[in-house]
Ligand binder design. Sequence first.
Ligand code: GDP
Length: 436
Amino acid sequence: ANLVAIVGRPNVGKSTLFNRLTKTRRAIVSDEAGTTRDRQYGKCEWNGREFSVVDTGGWVVNSDDVFEEEIRKQVIIATEEADLVLFLVDVATGLTDWDEDVALILRRSNLPVVLVANKTDNNYQHYAAAEFYKLGLGDPVCISSATGSGTGDLLDIVVDTLSFDKTDEIEEGIPRFAVVGRPNAGKSSIINAFIGEDRNIVTEIAGTTRDSIYTRYDKFGFDFYLVDTAGIRRKNKVTEDLEFYSVMRSIRSIESSDVCILMIDATRGIEAQDMNIFQLIQKNNKSLVVVVNKWDLVADKTQKVIDTFENAIRNRMAPFTDFPIVFASALTKQRIFKVLETAKDVYLSRKAKIGTSKLNEVMLPLIEAYPPPSIKGKYIKIKYCTQLPNTQIPSFVFYANLPQYIKEPYRRFLENKIRDNWKLTGSPINIFIRQK
Ligand code: GDP
């Protein structure tokens, strides 16, 4: 999993470049429009290679008002977490002190940096871009993110610089769990609780320094990998509180896993940072187990309090609400085993295959009883359904005479009926409607 961070001053054109790089992907994946995370994190595909892109500016709510110092901190985080940095400078404005400052941070980071001169719309500006050589980061790549000129060459450079050697050593078919959550939720504590109980670690495979680490466990009677990003236990006091930090920390773990164990601090409840991580999990089609940690600190553990917690969490995460919630304590180790067992169950349901005849036997009468609403006097009929083989998440195809007229609410109805009848808790589901 490769991660590319775009850094630069406000208004140099980071989000325009980000949109351009992630556009192709967006056309394929149907994102709920208007969510802020779409401006921050996306995938880019070029020549058959895929990598993730983060726009560091996407985290600055009102970039004009924010002190450049804040952005400087985000650059530092980016250099710790990313595989490559696109340093965007603005030919129209020219070289600034701040650019030189950031160049220094980037040069010290030993990270591949591509210097990108944006707003290069004409020949004159190409000559002007030469002054950025002074930053000591090599030849500026001239682009215009507004028109897209130069972005193909830029992508060639990015793809050539990143290494795409796969983690072949990771055995297929073994669940991969990632522990994610905001700082101080108890991630390190629970990982230590897993490891500490008994040290049955089979192998620890490290890829490149920035890559994910897969620790294989064969305990509790089943086999799994715990996915960790290199140095997840390392802490950086300066930047730890920033939301951007916890998101950057989470991306790679989430991408490398099947099931995410999302740690929530019972003493704080769900906050914006938790939601951001939750959305990253959703965007990557990963399965989810929510752990309400520090349960030992909650004095009043009545059913009513438990229900209130559960409802609050599910309401925040709606419309996806079909996931398990485990109340645990990494400190006292209460229900630590339950967390892993639940993650395993979720993994198994993610991989479950429902037989076609059974599926039709249950679904067709339901569809008969509640058919899709007819549109413009046309009857919409679903004749048959099946689960697609070898998909990342459970995916179902419904064959209809007029697929274009079947809308989101009906799709959700189909999804809910599948969830009612088969246990797919914790996993997202794809519903496709195709021409019969
Ligand atoms: P991380 O930043 O998510 O890795 O969080 P840590 O594992 O470092 O935990 C942050 C703080 O919360 C530490 O002081 C832990 O001792 C404490 N902590 C973690 N889990 C629990 C828990 O279940 N109960 C209590 N009381 N404290 C916990």
